[in-house]
Write a protein that binds this ligand. Structure first.
Ligand code: ZN
Length: 311
């Protein structure tokens, strides 16, 4: 039996490759900074070279490998196997599937990273017992993956679950980082946007002198040191996260919501307690937990999509 899969996670910051067994064991893992090139060929060449080294070091032969699964932190077109307008890489389109198929003579699949992640939760994580699962990442951006009655929700091209751009009923008029709208959940609460919202919020509350922060981590560090302004700000962030989650609950009626991404994993107590306290109770509240697969959730998902193709 082909017991192994090559999983690739093309993220905003890192490009990672792992060799994962059907039982969910990671046999080898490599990570490099995501090439910031306008040429998609540079990125594809880097993927090829990482796969070659991973296979070589594993002592596993290509005929024991089920395929290559790619997960990408970007909108995708799964029928063409393409990444379209990645928000954090300067090229317009990346089409790695054909090159990889020819090079390794293996099947290649490509999905959005949160779509992959929810499938990873279903097969390797906390979603095993459930048929209705939503995975949400709060990291540089906010995104989701949805399983409804055991079916993976894909949408027209594979970008269903871009829940970070839900418009939430916040008492502000604040543009999203995507520049396509105002009051999007991600525009307030994702790692990349929190410092921008913190600045706006301090101005609105006439806090002088304001705190200048370089990243989200510094805001959480202030709060952990009991800084009153940061604590008050995170109280507001908790409410906005709960609005986003409330929308998710009424849209998908999940049994369980699994949260991941660096903002959640590094501040689990603050984020989870804040959501549970403020979430609207129109529908019964599902279980709300943090992922046990940590930052490898999309890699597990990319592998799971090869072992157990969806739908
Ligand atoms: Zn947006």
């Amino acid at each position: 039996m082909k017991r192994f899969a090559i999983a690739i996670d093309l993220g905003a910051t890192n490009l990672r490759v792992a060799l994962i067994s059907r039982e969910g064991k990671i046999l080898g893992k490599k990570s490099v900074p995501t090439p910031q090139s306008r040429s998609s060929q540079v990125i594809i060449n880097e993927i090829v070279s990482l796969i070659q080294t991973t296979i070589k070091e594993s002592r596993i032969t290509v005929n024991q490998i089920k395929g290559i699964g790619i997960s990408a932190a970007a909108p995708v077109d799964i029928s063409k196997g393409e990444i379209v307008n990645p928000p954090n890489i300067p090229c317009k389109k990346i089409s790695p599937t054909e090159t990889l198929k020819k090079k390794f003579h293996l099947p290649v699949t490509l999905y959005n990273d949160c779509t992959a992640a929810v499938w990873g939760e279903k097969h390797f994580g906390k979603g095993k017992k459930y048929k209705n699962i939503v995975y949400i990442t709060i990291s540089s951006g906010i995104g989701g993956g949805i399983i409804s009655n055991d079916r993976l929700l894909l949408g027209r091209s594979g970008s269903a679950g871009e829940i970070g751009h839900f418009n939430i009923a916040a008492p502000y008029r604040f543009p999203c980082g995507c520049k396509k709208g105002i009051n999007h959940w991600e525009g307030f609460c994702s790692g990349n946007n929190l410092p921008r919202f913190f600045k706006f919020w301090q101005k609105k509350h006439k806090i002088t002198p304001p705190y200048y922060v370089h990243n989200a981590k510094e805001i959480f560090a202030l709060a952990k040191a009991k800084n009153k302004i940061a604590l008050k700000f995170l109280k507001e962030v908790n409410k906005l996260n709960a609005l986003g989650i409330s929308n998710v609950i009424v849209a998908y009626d999940p049994e369980i919501i699994i949260l991941g991404g660096a903002v959640v994993l590094n501040n689990k107590e603050i984020i989870l307690a804040g959501i549970k306290k403020n979430v609207e109770k129109f529908l019964p509240i599902p279980k709300i937990v943090a992922t046990s697969l940590k930052s490898d959730v999309s890699l597990f998902g990319a592998a799971a999509l090869l072992f157990w193709p969806p739908n």
